[in-house]
Design a protein around this ligand. Structure first.
Ligand SMILES: [Zn+2]
Length: 400
């Protein structure tokens, strides 16, 4: 691998149990009026909110609340921009899962320019360059999964006819601060922990296998994978486990840092149409496909490009995640696939038929899977190979 790479802008990072209490002071550094974007889930009803709310008031901040329900659509972003653009907002603070963070990121990017987000969405509309300026943005994730607090893109979705899931992407959208407090995970439902945790794991794996992988991100991806190995199943069983919470919050943050630099792979290529056409949460789409996609990538590489460095990389990850020093690379790769399959079962990740997907839907999903993520997959997969990934997870009982 070439030792030349560029690392794009990162947020300043505050990490650790209790760092949420720094949010009001950090926001106050940008001005008095805060647009606070939260998700549909429990933060405002949860045990951590009263103290946070009191902290914003004590810092003398004027907080305008905006709630996001479900994955944000371009229309929802435009409506929020129109609603708040004359309110003299000084900083956008998003506290929530990937949907709330992506919504906050897109709103912060457009509140000053005021134009529709469709102007800039990749692969749809005119794809005009984004010139900013963006408002200051602070991202505080309450789930461990998407890594959105560290990335430069906001994923927006539409549903129904012509549905899509596409990114508004620019370096100016990167949060000024990522405030990562693992305590937020204490109230995260197990199914959300499972899906998001497998999303983080997939993002780390796909970053490490990406055609744009680099030594800097490799180090972060491997450390993130080691933390996911030590934390994910434990956190799923017991969200009260503080060490597991910290481990997954850290793995997720690293996954956001690496994916923003390296891009992703076939799992994320497929997750986009799955999430646009069917009610499959992003993390579940990734979690349910990652074992099958890993098996298909390994077999495609072995058949067509047996000297490809990605094969050795899959073996490295197999040894890392299993904790076993397989002398033979092939054995290490087989152990990786077996471990991912076992985790998929232990985390109770539903198969595709659970979401109303049939075999007849596969061609449409495959046809829409070649977005930006698929372009950094270690090998160009044939349609039949992408199909095979879906077939393997069509029903819980396996292929056929
Ligand atoms: Zn993801």
């Amino acid at each position: 691998m070439a030792m030349d790479f560029a690392i794009a802008r990162l947020p300043r990072i505050e990490f650790g149990a209790g760092v949420r209490h720094r949010l009001p002071a950090l926001a106050a550094g940008f001005g008095r009026r805060v647009l606070l974007v939260t998700g549909g889930r429990s933060l405002l009803q949860g045990p951590l909110w009263p103290e946070l709310e009191a902290g914003f008031a004590a810092a003398g901040l004027d907080v305008i609340g905006h709630r996001v329900s479900g994955e944000p659509s371009p229309e929802a972003i435009d409506a929020a921009v129109q609603r708040y653009r004359d309110r003299n907002v000084s900083v956008v603070v998003a506290i929530g899962g990937g949907s709330a963070l992506d919504a906050g990121k897109a709103i912060a990017g457009l509140l000053l320019p005021g134009n529709p987000v469709l102007d800039h969405l990749e692969g749809v509309g005119p794809e005009r360059p984004y010139d900013g300026p963006a408002l200051p943005f602070i991202a505080a994730p309450t789930t461990a999964g998407t890594g959105s607090e560290a990335t430069r893109n906001a994923v927006l979705s539409t549903h129904g006819e012509g549905a899509y899931k596409k990114s508004f992407r620019d370096e100016r959208l990167v949060a000024d601060y990522a405030v990562v407090d693992p305590d937020f995970l204490a109230t995260c439902p197990p199914a959300v922990i499972a899906g998001n945790g497998m999303d983080a794991l997939t993002q780390l794996l796909e970053s490490y296998l990406s055609l744009r992988a680099n030594p800097f991100c490799d180090a972060l991806a491997l450390d993130g994978l080691a933390h996911a190995r030590d934390s994910l199943l434990g956190l799923y069983r017991d969200p009260g486990d503080a060490a597991a919470r910290a481990g997954m919050a850290y793995a997720s943050l690293l996954s956001g840092i690496t994916l923003a630099q390296t891009g992703l792979g076939s799992v994320h290529g497929l997750a986009a149409p799955l999430g646009a056409f069917f009610p499959v949460p992003h993390g579940v789409a990734c979690g349910t496909l990652v074992a099958a996609a890993t098996a298909v990538n390994i077999s495609a590489l072995s058949a067509r490009e047996p000297g490809h460095p990605a094969l050795a990389r899959y073996a490295v990850v197999g040894r890392l995640l299993t904790g076993r020093a397989y002398p033979d690379d092939g054995e290490a790769r087989a152990a990786l696939v077996a471990l991912l399959e076992a985790w998929t079962g232990q985390l109770d990740l539903p198969a595709l038929d659970h979401f109303g997907i049939t075999i007849g839907d596969h061609p449409r999903i495959v046809a829409n899977s070649r977005g930006s993520s698929m372009k950094t997959n270690p090998i160009v997969l044939e349609d039949s190979e992408i199909s095979a990934i879906l077939e393997a997870r069509q029903s819980a009982s396996g292929p056929g």
